[in-house]
Design a protein. Sequence first.
Length: 387
Amino acid sequence: MRWSEQAIDTENASALPGLARLNNLITSVTTPEFAGVTFHEVVAKSALNRVPGGDSALPFGWTINPYRGCSHACVYCFARPTHEYLDLDGGDDFDRQIVVKVNVAEVLARELHRPTWQHHPVALGTNTDPYQRAEGRYRLMPGIIAALADSGTPFSILTKGTLLRRDLPLLAEAAQHVPVDLAVSIAVYDDELQQSVEPGTPTTSARLATVSAARELGLSCSVFMMPVLPYLTDGLDHLHAALAAVRDSGASSVMYSALHLKPGVKEWWFAWLEREHPELVSKYRSLYAQGTYAPTGYRSWLAGRLRPLLREYGLEKGQADPATGSMRSAALDDSTRSLRLMGLNGTGTGVTPGSPDLTIDTGRTPAPRAMIAHELPGGFRSQPRLF
């Protein structure tokens, strides 16, 4: 249904600073189901974002962000400053003023079928979470997944949202056509701390169960133990509990890094710290006095602490994509398998998806694609999935 009674006057600049000036804003809505949260529905002009900073295999990356802002409300979220371009703050507004690109799947499908698209891996969840609570109603991800799989584009998804389980059958079908890499972000294994620092997220146990569900369907699914919070989650007791739980979930691998605090995030973090753990404020001010990142010495100490623990629990350390910060796509490490999944054979060495040296492989039984076809943008689901 479209919002009528709940729609906010989009001409009121005081109600929607920055957003009121957008010419692609459809409407802004509230609902009792999401108390205190306003959704700003916009028409996306593009879906794929190119980001620099890759490696020799691919010197840049591609991402998709169906939402801006995130109701998961993680205090440490590095994406908070992205809200400031709309004259919204990176604190409470980031948690409660959510921008929804209602036509993102349709726009993506058009972009993926351009002759110039080279089928490079695409990452979702690198900025804000594609499976935050609103996705249960807007239902943008099935169309995105179907468009990527249908076009032969490898992709990865990083999320804290257990709503990922809704789409696991679709993802399993997609993985028969393109490389699919999943990861669930689970940073805190103390329930009280988790609800304090990530108040809008599913519980740690629910996320671990999501990892197990993905693995049971044969999907690759890593755990991002990020960020490790100095003095809060870097103790041996916490790390032993965390790695044991990750092992028991069946995760493909685990990745970790220390907390980093960008300007705009640092202020929000310290406000939380002063409320919840005032005894740590001086330690954090000292640790992060030089800038965004924890000192090299702390990061080396953390790596030294975790390295033997990973061995003890039989866990593999995953690889990050230097451009997107998400997991490294399997498509970059096993090009032969990737081309075979996509129904393509490379006729030369070092061939990448989308290159001219590709021929269609007709010598295999076609994998099922009924769910992909059902969810493809342009079918009966092609209208924005509004509340």
